[in-house]
Design a binder for this molecule. Sequence first.
Ligand code: ATP
Ligand code: MG
Length: 392
Amino acid sequence: MSFIPQEILLVKNGELALKGLNRGTFEDVLLKNLRRRLKAVGRFSLRKSQSTIYIEPLDEWADMDEAARCVSQVFGIAAYSRARIVEKDLDAIGRMAPLYLADLLSEAKTFKVESKRADKTFPHPSPEISREVGGYVLEAFPHLKVDVHNPDVVVHVEVREMGAYIHTRQLPGAGGMPVGTAGKAAILISGGIDSPVAAYMMAKRGIALTAIHFASPPYTSERAEEKVCDLLRQVSLYAGHIRTFVVPFTELQEAIRDHCPEELFTLVMRRMMMRIASMVAVREGCGALITGESLGQVASQTIPALACTDAVATLPVFRPVIGMDKEEIIRIARKIDTFDLSIQPFEDCCTVFTPRHPRTRPTIEMLEHAEAAFDFESMCRRAADNTRIVKL
Ligand code: ATP
Ligand code: MG
């Protein structure tokens, strides 16, 4: 006998409903992202109709709890709900509604039924469906009262071509735009709290990510690199696959230490990062760089300092957390489960050779003068050429 699913997920598109002519493409990308994400959880069929995507399990092994969790992490979804499928028969719908929603209804004081008849061949009009199903609910839960204005629970009944659905409570989706609809950018990822949040925020706007991490062995350890991979794996639950590169940065950092004034160490280093990241990003087809910089957080994140780093980037630099307090950034880090990974203590290359008194009001001339002391161009090129790809 063929498998008949009992439960499905109904997904409402988010912002992409506004995209007019592009809507088709956006929905296709969303479907592709959902398919890819759900593959690990079981076999599902995905179908779109108007602004709803129907996710139906294809066998009894598909895990609906896990599927719902995956759906809640995919960008481009405004809301989703779980629904029970019933045969298109008024009595069957009426019997199932109080059973399927028993947990919610037993805790509620008031309810109402809202019905939609998309399949006009169904012989009962919507008000009749609501009335009948309401009767079954009241019979099963006599303590309930109907309240059409402000009910505790709304029982939704939808009668469509494929069957009838009973559901309640739309859950909020991840919002944003489907990853891949806004091009590609490279996140400069450290092991800190801010850059994973920055990555998440830009993925939410539909950007597909490539990651670039600077490592300075033996000053930085293998564990630091593993930590970055752990962080990226967590971010990729939302952002999809992230091609990840590690840049060998030791030679440059030692040259900076040997040739530049100490107060400019960090800024020269950040300009080298921008130069190398620009090269790698362009090579990978990215249109922008992303960092986790937040205004005033450290000396290298003042307006003059940011102007100095921007000056050497050949791509636009997105800094989605620039206006956020640490508290706000941490709130997001906790929400996306990167916080606990981020606070593991491993040396980042930024904490190697940190100046005691960094300049907060540098000028581009000062930096160019400091950089003239060594052949940074060939070192940057070498670092970009020797970048290695790592598997997450
Ligand atoms: P985070 O929590 O992201 O580490 P932070 O406050 O520690 O941020 P900095 O160390 O000054 O800030 O780094 C600022 C930004 O520079 C980071 O958010 C990140 O985008 C980038 N960055 C810093 N270190 C590295 C690194 N080792 N590899 C790649 N990018 C880095
Ligand atoms: Mg850092």
